[in-house]
Design a binder for this molecule. Structure first.
Ligand SMILES: *[C@@H]1O[C@H](CO)[C@@H](O)[C@H](O)[C@H]1NC(C)=O
Ligand SMILES: *[C@@H]1O[C@H](CO)[C@@H](O)[C@H](O)[C@H]1NC(C)=O
Ligand SMILES: *[C@@H]1O[C@H](CO)[C@@H](O)[C@H](O)[C@H]1NC(C)=O
Ligand SMILES: *[C@@H]1O[C@H](CO)[C@@H](O)[C@H](O)[C@H]1NC(C)=O
Length: 459
């Protein structure tokens, strides 16, 4: 089917080129594969793309030599950032998803085999070192992964057609399983190659279902269906063609979907599923593999596209949510080949991209956003953090509690609080004091430069 779509889009492209030729008053050549002017037109396309890329800010910046090259991974299908800011890499180890993996009724062809014996979840710290791994003997074809506010890890396996939740203290056995093992379906108890999960701060969660179904399902924490939407046919904004990834914009009350083969990100109210907005761009093209949202500067969508034509580049793009405009682009020096997932820290300062092939993960950083977020935290909480400096233990306990109760709705501030809470007493206090010192130094540097009181950086 994808080949079919691929040739359709090629066909449309050639038709467009022909139209350009006709408009320019040129005639088709009598011989040869391409109409006269084809190569000229292709050059026009390249120039247009190059020009558009030049106008975008090239950010965030790629971090070279990250992660440690000795860390071995297979096809990397999913990424998540945990509440300590560490990266969870969900990969397929020795298994690959190719044309022999499923039959034409979507049934996995390796049902008699053992699950992947290697750890399929790798935990990397900020410097790209492996600090933990688990997820062995559980999965067949890993796909999506996310971490909720309570530190539970949620994953999907497309071979098993299932969704799993793991609590922080039990990594061998899931606390919740949805779907029927190896049985595809389109009912209240069966999925078909579910691709992703997103968990609201109140514990309700969404499942993207997925490759062969065309729906998003909302569940209560115990796994009861609350709501679902999406369809295969028609022309409404509820028509999906591969619901491939999810991200939440809780500050806007939205859940956003990477509607992969429609080349768009579509956002819906998370309380009742009503369509809100849709984002696409000619430069991104007709395939959007994943999306992540950060509530910075009025909201930003981080998007990775995928290989489509020989002409459009495969890259990361950032869309300003409010205006819908493309504002930034990012890629490693060697470019992206087959990006499959993207995640961002809540402050937008760290962005990670997973590739299915080559088997790798890329890190990107935005120093400006990082500085802003450090400053923001201290300015908004100067009294609290100064107090931490004086009476570390007591204050950190308060910070930890506040974080637990607040949830992700608090955005960057919430993330910091959860992080300090998780760090525990002394370490949390030390980190808070360090942060405060760094940000105060920053602010005084800015004040020196401007000779007046600092203006708020975030708008
Ligand atoms: C990451 O882990 C390595 C190895 O345990 C350690 O040396 C390094 O300091 C850690 N980096 C951070 C930022 O914690
Ligand atoms: C969802 O909620 C909004 C705001 O209350 C309302 O305008 C919209 O009609 C609702 N949609 C459905 C399907 O109930
Ligand atoms: C961020 O802060 C660091 C440390 O103060 C500084 O060296 C760097 O230039 C800042 N970067 C940006 C983009 O503001
Ligand atoms: C600042 O700290 C106070 C009390 O510690 C907390 O209630 C408030 O939400 C914090 N503000 C931000 C923006 O994190």
């Amino acid at each position: 089917m994808y080949f079919f779509m691929f040739s359709i889009s090629n066909f449309v492209f050639v038709v467009l080129l022909c139209a350009i030729n006709c408009i320019c008053g040129r005639m088709f050549a009598d011989e040869g594969l391409y109409p006269a002017g084809y190569y000229d037109s292709q050059q026009v396309q390249y120039d247009r793309i190059k020009n558009a890329l030049t106008k975008l800010e090239h950010a965030p910046q790629w971090v070279n030599d990250w992660p440690n090259p000795s860390i071995k991974m297979g096809q990397v299908s999913g990424l998540a950032i945990d509440n300590m800011g560490r990266l969870l890499v969900f990969h397929r180890a020795r298994n690959v998803w190719d044309e022999n993996t499923f039959n034409d009724r979507e049934v996995y062809q390796g049902i008699g085999d053992d699950p992947i014996p290697d750890p399929t979840i790798l935990v990397l710290n900020d410097t790209g070192e492996l600090v933990d791994m688990w997820g062995q003997n559980l999965f067949f074809i890993p796909h999506g992964i996310t971490v909720d506010n309570e530190g539970n890890v949620w994953v999907t396996d497309v071979a098993m057609h299932q969704v799993f939740k793991f609590t922080p203290d039990q990594r061998q056995k899931p606390a919740l399983v949805l779907g029927e093992k190896f049985v595809p379906g389109n009912t209240d108890t069966r999925f078909c190659k579910p691709s992703a999960v997103a968990v609201l701060s109140n514990g309700d969660f969404f499942v993207a279902d997925g490759y062969c179904n065309h729906r998003v399902i909302k569940f209560s924490p115990d796994g009861t269906i609350l709501l679902q939407w999406g369809t295969a046919h028609g022309t409404s904004p509820y028509v999906f063609n591969v619901v491939h990834a999810l991200t939440l914009a809780e500050d806007r009350g939205l859940v956003c979907v990477a509607d992969r083969e429609h080349g768009r990100v579509a956002c819906y109210r998370h309380d009742n599923g009503t369509f809100h907005s849709s984002f696409s761009n000619w430069l991104i093209g007709g395939r959007v593999f994943s999306v992540a949202y950060a509530p910075v500067h009025g909201g930003r969508l981080y998007i990775v596209n995928g290989p489509e034509s020989q002409i459009l580049p495969v890259r990361g793009y950032v869309i300003d949510f409010t205006s819908g405009r493309l504002i930034q682009t990012f890629a490693p020096d060697g470019g992206l080949k087959n990006p499959h997932d993207v995640v961002t820290s809540p402050d937008g300062s760290k962005v990670y991209v997973a590739e299915i092939n080559p088997f790798t993960v890329h890190k990107f950083v935005d120093e400006g956003l990082r500085n802003e977020s450090l400053l923001d935290k201290v300015e908004k909480n100067e009294t609290a953090t100064s107090a931490t400096h004086v009476k570390p233990t007591a204050t950190v306990e308060v910070v930890g509690r506040a974080g637990g109760a607040e949830g992700a709705g608090a955005g960057a501030g919430g993330a910091w609080q959860r992080w300090s809470g998780a760090l525990g007493g002394a370490a949390g206090a030390a980190a808070a004091a360090l942060l405060a010192a760094a940000a105060l130094a920053l602010r005084s540097a800015r004040n020196n430069g401007k000779g007046r009181e600092a203006e708020p950086l975030v708008h």
